[in-house]
Design a protein around this ligand. Sequence first.
Ligand code: NOJ
Ligand code: CA
Length: 682
Amino acid sequence: MVSKPNRRTVLGVTAGAALPWVLAAPAPATPSAPAATHRRVTVHSPNRRLRVTAGVANGRLWYEVARRGRVLVARSGLGLDLADRPSLTSGLVVESVERRTIDESWRPVWGSDALVRNHARECVLRTVQSASGIQLHLVVRVFDDGVGFRYRLPAQAGLDTYTVTAERTEFALPPDATSWSLAAGTDWRADERHYRQVQLSQVETAQTPLTLVTPGGQHIVVHEAALIDYPSMTLAAETGRPGTFTSELISLPDGTKARLSGEFSTPWRTLTVGDRPGDLAESHLTENLNEPCVLTDTSWISPGTYVGVWWELQRRHTTWTEGPRHGATTERVKQYIDFAREAGASNVLAEGWNTNAGGEWTGQDFLTPQPDFDLPEVLRYARANGIGFIAHNETRGFVDYYEQHLDTIFARYAELGIHTVKTGYATKFQLGGVNRSHYDQEAVRHYQRVIDAAARHKIMINAHEAIKPTGLARTYPNMMTGEGVAGMEQHNYMGRLGNPPEQATVLPFTRYMGGPADYTPGVLNVTWDPAGLGTRVQTTSAAQLALYSVFFSPLQMLADTPENYRSHPGFAYLKDIPASWDETRFLDCVIGDHTVAARRKGRTWYLGAITDEHDRTLRVPLRFLGPGRHRAEIYRDAADTDWHDNPLPIDVRTEVVRSSTVLTLRLVGGGGTAIRFRPARS
Ligand code: NOJ
Ligand code: CA
């Protein structure tokens, strides 16, 4: 069922679900004239506003990026170091150059837009190192919304197996830009921290995505696409060159970076660009730089919302472990199934369903249910109600065991009719008998093996504590969502700070640039504290509703408990809410201040507006609505709602609006507004 993506072709002809009406097949490549003349090339985006210049100078590959006549990335060096070979940062000459245009459209199995255009100009610089004879290609693609470039080591004599010891990609970015990033890290929590807003010149290291706004108003995101069989890239500031970073790959335990064989293309190094924050969040550049779907049958992949035994565990009301307060009992999970039906959710998650879950998390086989959890009965009940079951596989970092038994576990799930697995790698990553970074080459290979094994057994994956998303879901659409974010659970773990409201206004333009996140929004009873933890969710209830438009996940959780939902008027907004969209617009957004996003499914729009810690009034023109009258069901903070002292009350009202209407939204600090627009019956 799974065909291997052909890494030798740069692009397949069709993508996603096969389209009979692909706009234009990639044009045949135009070979260039002989070597010496090609020391520098210029590639323009289709609309010609973005320009990449690349070449070889003094034996080293370099590139530069300019947009609307302004330099975004000043001349920056490129190259790789291989063990026991001369560095590929010197002695190179350009042998030939090939150019072509890519213009196709593809339909994602799920996504933020129903149709995606992939339109770029591509240039391949083929270089060779004269002394060693090693060939190194630089592939550059320039889109209207950004740039991707990657190294390719073509099949060649003498490079059967080789080791990358460093990647020497530079990014000479504007030092005076405002930036948002996480400090680089190798541990499992590195992606679960809060974004820092500082001038770029102050940043010493960063995970990607790294997001910038220049004083001239250009918006830039540095990230990577198609992270396969290679370590994750972080960025390290160059001493004495403010704003200039070099790629720092996560090391294997022996300090090397990647062990490779034969022809290999690195992940794409990407720059997404735009005039507005919304240009970034609406971009499909990351997905477009991934290969088309390799699954021949995707009919079993279904986006949807899910509920489950989770928040009550996080709030210590019940336990993962067996005992008198065990959460995932047959009866309790059945209650969640009833609730899933009521909510229009597709799936129910049960954490702590299997033996040895919780506590030390050792000795789990991921197949044997706890004594008070009757798995066949729960599955029967779920099926009778049209609800899927999400099996939790918290490996706790015992990855060797998981790898060895993956196929057996997933084959059994398939027999039982379980089509979704939430994986977890909390605290460590023990693979190959050693503890290693969650982000090294072997870890990346492991996550891929899980995706492949899952695809063989028709299973969708939601991966926690795994790797940042890099658009792989285009190729493997059963890779639904993942964590890599300071999500809802951090309201429990970051002391009384929780996730400051500002963070949610940053995430669409940082973390979500890579792909979906399982943030698990929707806790409406934000002060629910049955175990007296002294913590709470740091927003109002209305802001939680707004997050369903601001955050995207094709498996989107309704994280609160059935009891909390049933007692809150905001629940009506979440009933039947979609998790995959026909169209997405980011409207009025200032990174770190406020975000207004609208998403359409069929003829219904869902708009979410959130603010940081400050009250603000936003005027939102409804130009995105179609013609005619629309009924706007507005869920907003009530007049007396206060994020700190009175966060629960919401005000629900209905207005009739048109696309010419300009709504005035009054947001309280930590608050938000959610609006569902449906065509009004005349
Ligand atoms: C951390 C995950 O992010 C969370 O969702 C899960 O409940 C716990 N680990 C336990 O596996
Ligand atoms: Ca986590």
